[in-house]
Design a protein around this ligand. Structure first.
Ligand code: ZN
Length: 243
């Protein structure tokens, strides 16, 4: 079984279409979307209808998705993020809002992995995992060998020994017996590691190996649509530069 993992699409239809086309060439059997389908980008409705219609696809709720379906929100989004949430709320049809409302905070494969948007340790708290102490706390909270996450938009691997490293393309992560990892698959629609290409990963359950990929997409069109939608200019800049 090969599982396609992607996260933080953030309303970027050009990027998610490119990811799905690229991943289809490599082959996968199941899909897990790690949350934040909406926010920031110009096509929240297009992205939710695309992801919700994928076959064999499960998704978890992200903090931007949660803010969109709860008009009271959590009140802790910065003004630029809030603008994306307000825009998404205006653009989503009732069916897409209902779909977001069905999403769980965590998926437990009851085998090798758990999947959540932020740290699997109390996922509703939307904790970031950037440093080893946060990764160790998250590993303590789950008994599975791997926790797949998103949220920071940085593709990163954290191990149980407290080491953290970027998740590079072309360097697969083999999960050997007894080893445990937090794997951040990066962001489809708004990478922040200085690489503008959309990030995703494929986990092969047969050899327990995670492979990381980046794919170019039509950034200019996605950026132009952000400006045409009246969203903050910085959101168009960010996707062009990948920061
Ligand atoms: Zn995000």
């Amino acid at each position: 079984m090969r599982v396609l993992f992607f996260s933080d699409v953030h309303g970027n239809l050009e990027a998610i279409e490119a990811v799905l086309a690229d991943a289809s060439k490599r082959g996968f059997d199941r899909v897990i979307c790690l949350g934040d389908i909406v926010g920031y980008g110009a096509d929240p409705e297009g992205c939710v209808s695309l992801v919700s219609a994928l076959s064999q696809c499960a998704a978890v709720l992200g903090n931007h998705d949660a803010a969109v379906i709860d008009p009271r929100g959590r009140g802790d989004l910065n003004p630029v993020a809030q603008a994306g949430v307000d825009y998404s709320r205006r653009m989503l049809c009732a069916k897409s809002v209902d779909y977001l409302r069905t999403l769980p905070l965590l998926i437990d494969s009851r085998g090798v992995f758990v999947a959540s948007h932020a740290s699997p340790q109390q996922p509703q708290e939307w904790r970031y995992i950037l440093e080893p102490p946060e990764a160790r706390a998250a590993l303590r909270a789950t008994r599975r060998p791997v926790a797949f996450i998103g949220h920071t938009h940085f593709p990163l691997i954290h191990d149980a020994l407290g080491r953290s490293a970027p998740a590079p393309v072309g360097k697969p992560l083999a999960i050997r017996p007894g080893e445990r990892y937090i794997v951040n698959v990066g962001s489809v629609g708004q990478p922040r590691d200085g690489n503008a290409r959309a990030a995703y990963a494929i986990f092969d359950e047969s050899d327990r190996t995670v492979r990381f990929f980046r794919v170019e997409y039509d950034v200019d069109t996605a950026a132009r649509k952000i400006l045409d939608a009246g969203l903050p200019e910085i959101l168009a800049d960010r996707i062009r530069r990948g920061y």
